[in-house]
Ligand binder design. Structure first.
Ligand SMILES: C[S@@+](CC[C@H](N)C(=O)[O-])C[C@H]1O[C@@H](n2cnc3c(N)ncnc32)[C@H](O)[C@@H]1O
Length: 596
């Protein structure tokens, strides 16, 4: 089964009304050991599996999930026994019979195949839910044209209408029970009291009438091999979408897994050996994963930053046992490799925590202000690098919009908060620049229409494809200009960041594409830096320092504002104007205004 557009749909359109779940389990109120089991029980209490192996119209995929003698099928069997025992108990039997066990198996497989994690506004995992066919018949694509969000409000816009319909191939007709697809039964009714999660599907691309509507079942910022492996281990299917079938790989998939080699005695063709590539991938993955997991469990952000930056700067330099003896090479992550992106995300957050810790630990006021300022500056630079690098990928793969929206908002927040740092006083006379001197209203950019676009969109909730393209081009042009003015200031003191020539325009990567010694350091070109922090710190007097700092601060404010507004616009496209992220952007803008 699949879902298709029943009309032409523009980008940024809700394509279903709010849908109510068939079954939902909150993480903190489980009667059974796992949310999957509780959700399966909820499903079974109201629906019986049909002879075709579906339950409430949902595919159980029972055969594919349980036919192999592997860990997944073993786990499903054990869980199904626990579920069957619970049902038997509920019905007053002492032992579950084969029929109950089979029903438990079908319900559990249907939950594994169709359930989604429900997240609150902050992205925290609340539990697990299964929805009816309107949502559950939507297939996966690694380049999807739709996304979904949750809402917890019981009122919804009267405009939201169903714009998709099931498409059933002849061979599947027999699988669907009469009455399963019943328009209206899954939709939240006006004034309904229940306050559980509702799910809304929204277009992130233009979709033509009759085109299949797809969503992502996995993280799209992962390379093909990882996406395929996750889809196989969870759902047991091989994705054959356009992105996965592209040969050679799409630019995005190539970049997400690119590793370069530098060596005196080996050519980069060695990386083409799957054996060497897998070995290098595994080792680099372990290094990044270890640093991040240690940070998440032990909570030492400083050590994590050092470890991650070491991997980003030095790559893998060990002797590796290869099939032709020992390989004495250096393997570097490409700046757009998916592990680099993970590292930037963690570094942005870890430096921010370091900055907060620094303010709370030191007793010498001036020293801690300066240290916290430097750490916040580095955190903001990593946020900008993350947003810029994923945006670069987004230009080739527009379904990355959902991640990119969050990253631009994060970069905007981080840059704006940097402009409020008391550390600026180090550049001028203490106390003079303690509050934020910039106004959102007065800082309206003369070159782009972002502020107006955001305000219009936050009111009416939609942007047309053509408008969006224009706004994106204007935004990129402004942000590239401003970034050139402040990047050297933002990255001062951080070796890895200094080695990234431009966090927005990645054309510098292309020029070195065929080099076998692609180390990020080769891209450093100090002559391109329009003005550098070094020149500020060497400035002869405090007036000069203050002058440079004022300019840097004003530019960082402009940069932050652009990132935030653009992130807000993307948030409206992906989640709607009433969404948490769009409202969050509005709140930051109001907050900034209140500083003046
Ligand atoms: C949530 S259901 C989607 C609807 C399903 N096609 C149906 O007939 O009910 C998920 C299951 O659909 C199938 N599926 C989804 N996307 C797919 C894709 N891109 N390629 C192959 N199978 C897919 C897999 O069997 C997966 O476990």
């Amino acid at each position: 089964m699949e879902m298709r557009a029943s009309e032409d749909i523009d980008i940024s359109t809700d394509i279903t009304p709010p849908l109510i779940p068939l079954s939902f389990s909150l993480l903190n109120s489980l009667t059974l050991p796992s949310p999957d089991l509780s959700t399966s029980l909820g499903l079974l209490l109201h629906h019986r599996p049909s002879l075709t192996g579906r339950i409430a119209g949902l595919l159980s995929n029972r055969h594919n999930l349980t036919s192999q003698n592997d860990q997944l099928s073993h786990r499903i069997r054990l869980d199904a026994q626990a579920l069957a025992a619970q049902i038997a108990n509920h019905c007053g039997y002492t032992e579950p019979n084969d029929c109950v066990l089979e029903e438990a198996m079908v319900a559990l497989c249907a939950v594994l195949t169709n359930a989604v994690e429900v997240q609150d506004n902050e992205g925290q995992n609340l539990g697990v839910a299964v929805f009816g066919p309107t949502f559950s018949w939507i297939n996966h694509s690694c380049s999807p044209n739709a996304c979904y969000r949750f809402t917890f409000s019981s009122s919804h816009s009267s405009e939201s209408k169903l714009r998709i319909a099931p498409f059933i191939r002849n061979s599947q007709q027999a699988q669907v029970d009469d009455g399963v697809w019943c328009v209206g039964s899954e939709f939240a009714k006006e004034g309904e009291q229940s306050n559980g999660p509702r799910l809304i599907v929204r277009s992130i691309k233009r979709i033509k009438k009759g085109e299949e509507v797809t969503v992502a079942y996995t993280d799209l910022l992962q390379p093909k091999a990882i996406r395929q492996s996750e889809l196989w281990s969870k759902y047991r299917f091989n994705c054959c979408c356009k992105r996965c079938s592209a040969l050679p790989f799409t630019y995005v998939d190539h970049a997400l897994q690119e590793i370069s080699v530098s060596s005196h005695d080996l050519s980069s063709s060695y990386l083409n050996s799957i054996f060497v590539r897998d070995m290098v991938d595994t080792r680099l993955n372990e290094d990044i994963d270890d640093a991040i997991s240690e940070y998440l469990s032990v909570g030492d952000p400083g050590t994590c930053c050092k470890k991650l930056e070491k991997v980003l700067m030095q790559g893998l330099n060990d002797q590796l046992e290869g099939f032709e003896g020992k390989l004495n090479s250096r393997f570097m992550l490409h700046p757009l490799h998916h592990l680099s992106l993970n590292a930037y995300t963690t570094l942005a957050s870890a430096y921010k925590v370091c900055a907060c810790n620094s303010l709370s630990v030191h007793s010498e006021v001036d020293r801690n202000q300066l240290e916290a300022f430097d750490l916040s500056r580095t955190s903001a630079a990593y946020s900008l690098l993350l947003a810029g690098s994923t945006h670069h990928l987004f230009k080739s793969e527009s379904s990355l919009i959902v991640s990119v929206a969050n990253f631009w908002v994060g970069a905007g927040e981080s840059l704006l908060s940097l402009t409020r740092s008391s550390g600026w006083s180090d550049f001028a006379k203490v106390g003079e620049v303690a509050s934020n001197p910039f106004s959102v209203k007065k800082s309206k950019c003369s070159k782009c229409s972002l502020t107006d676009r955001f305000r219009t969109c936050i009111l009416n909730g939609q942007i047309r494809s053509a408008d969006f393209e224009n706004v994106s081009n204007q935004f990129l042009s402004c942000v590239s200009d401003i970034t050139q003015k402040v990047w050297s200031f933002l990255v001062n003191g951080c070796h890895f960041l200094k080695s990234c020539k431009d966090p927005i325009d990645f054309s510098w990567l292309m020029s070195t594409k065929n080099s076998s010694t692609v180390g990020v350091r080769v891209h450093v070109n100090k002559t391109d830096i329009s003005y550098s922090h070094e020149s500020e710190t060497c400035a002869r007097n405090r007036e000069e320092q203050a002058y440079y700092a004022d300019h840097a601060r004003a530019n960082i404010f402009q940069l932050g504002l652009h990132c935030l507004l653009y992130g807000g616009l993307l948030a409206i496209i992906c989640y709607g104007h009433n969404s948490h992220l769009a409202c969050h952007v509005q709140t930051i803008l109001d907050h900034e205004e209140s500083f003046v």
